[in-house]
Design a protein around this ligand. Structure first.
Ligand code: NAP
Length: 443
């Protein structure tokens, strides 16, 4: 790995091409024989520090259409929280099914799962049929893995029946020294950013772009009022930026004064601290309290001068969904990509149909949407929201922070990069955006 690291830091493509690909590499894994280790514990009690291990794994063969990337940095996504606590199901079922789907995919079915759905790094090897990318290219990867052998995915690749999230539903993810991707996951690294800054937006930036901006999601337009749950979190930090960048008006919901401050630093003005307001949307486990929905609606109108949200950016799920449907304006859109607090949602359907609202399901993003989201980062229109950065050996702690909601924005992980701040090539462009980058990083 030292030779690879040295060739990358010297920017020497020829040297990189001549390095023998190592037979094995360090990776963050969960193990199939530990899938029951948290049986009987509550979600909160399940500790990613116990289930995530850093271990040596064999380097997979690089098949047609694939690329092996030397990973300089990665980041934690909530999907790694789910994998590490084996909820709602163990991800080894995904690997088994994928492995059985084709000769090429067989290698994914292993007793270990290398996790992680973000990376910034350098292409180390490409498989047969790959011509767009070469050894030495500096890249980031989005996490959409598709086969595209069926017709359904050819209008929107997210509709491919063989659509999977790399590093969650496939093996050989980004929290490692090497990662295996399909070449159509690769995108150019924004060169004004360090490795860890470039890796961090990845999954959540693309997801928020489709969910909020794309015609496949809420199709936001200027002037729209956008209610954003978890507005300083992984998804929310980018949704807030897309709203501001696109001329919409975000109403940011967060749970602490520190998180409110981060939203303010991004440029948001309308902020609700849900902890200070102490909303109790559920009076007990089975019963919601519509008076609390109304209290939230009144607070939003207070802030907006009497207007209701055109779009509600949903992901907390069960706990907030009834309120989200209620507060959306007549004809408004509730766009959802997740159910962190529970996936059995309940809402009063009268508020949906009588007020002609729409619920739109959204999931990750296609290559084009991811490319656009990354392009906005490269142009300095959207900035990484990176807070803490951990070494690979402490990925368990990094994941624990996200599981326990102790973090802001994104939590980064250094893989082959030995320290923060490496990997910037375009210093002049960075200097122009340095203040904003630091503001969004909370420096
Ligand atoms: P995150 O960084 O943990 O941020 C989520 C934020 O939501 C938290 O910081 C918290 O902010 C807020 N929140 C959490 N529980 C809440 C509750 N019960 N009520 C109200 N607000 C709550 O996670 P993320 O990366 O944004 O991901 C959020 C969810 O989306 C996860 O379930 C993840 O798996 C899912 N996801 C799905 C996709 C997809 O493609 N379908 C992509 C990315 C993520 P405050 O405490 O400040 O309110």
């Amino acid at each position: 790995m030292d030779l690879i690291r040295a060739a990358i830091s010297a920017g020497d493509r020829a040297a990189l091409a001549s390095v023998a690909v190592p037979d094995s590499y360090r990776a963050v894994v969960v193990r199939a024989d530990e899938a029951e280790m948290f049986a009987g514990l509550s979600t909160k009690q399940k500790d990613p520090r116990k289930s995530l291990h850093v271990q040596e794994v064999p380097t997979p063969e690089v098949g047609p259409g694939e690329a092996l990337v030397a990973v300089m940095a990665s980041a934690i996504n909530y999907n790694t929280v789910w994998t590490s606590i084996f909820e709602p199901v163990s991800t080894f079922g995904f690997l088994k099914r994928y492995g059985a789907s084709s000769e090429l995919a067989k290698k994914h079915d292993q007793p270990y799962h290398v996790v992680g759905s973000d990376l910034a790094g350098v292409v180390l090897k490409v498989g047969a049929g790959v011509s767009k990318w070469q050894v030495g290219d500096r890249v980031v990867a989005h996490c959409l893995s598709v086969e595209l052998e069926d017709p359904q995915g050819h209008d929107d690749t997210m509709l491919d029946p063989q659509q999977r999230i790399w590093g969650f539903e496939t093996n050989f993810g980004g929290l490692a020294e090497l990662a295996l991707v399909k070449s159509n996951q690769l995108m150019p690294k924004p060169e004004h950013l360090s490795w860890e800054e470039a890796a961090a937006p990845g999954l959540v930036n693309s997801t928020a772009y489709r969910q909020l901006v794309s015609h496949n999601g809420a199709n936001m337009k200027q002037g729209d009022i956008v209610l954003i749950w978890g507005a300083s979190g992984g998804l929310g930090g980018y949704a807030t930026q897309f709203a501001l960048n696109g001329g919409a008006i975000p109403v940011c919901i967060v749970s602490s004064p520190e998180k409110a401050e981060l939203c303010r630093r991004m440029g948001a003005e309308l902020i609700i601290d849900r902890s200070a307001e102490n909303y109790q949307f559920w009076s007990d486990e089975h019963t919601q309290d519509p008076r609390e929905w109304k209290r939230l609606g009144a607070k939003i109108r207070d802030l907006t001068g009497g207007e209701d949200p055109d779009i509600v950016f949903e992901h907390p799920g069960r706990e907030t969904f009834g309120a989200s449907v209620y507060v959306a304006r007549r004809g408004g859109t509730i766009v959802t990509c997740a159910s962190t607090s529970g996936y059995w949602h309940e809402f009063d359907n009268r508020y949906l149909w009588m007020s002609l609202k729409r619920i739109v399901g959204s999931h990750f993003a296609n290559y084009r949407e991811s490319w656009e989201a990354n392009r906005l980062i490269a142009k300095g229109a959207i900035h990484p929201t990176l807070s803490n950065v951990y070494p690979l050996s402490e990925t368990g702690q990094a994941t624990y922070d996200v599981h326990r909601n102790l973090h802001q924005g994104k939590v980064g992980v250094l893989c082959l990069a030995e320290q923060e701040g490496q990997g910037v090539l375009d210093h002049e462009f960075r200097a122009r955006h340095e203040q904003a980058i630091n503001r969004f990083r909370g420096v």
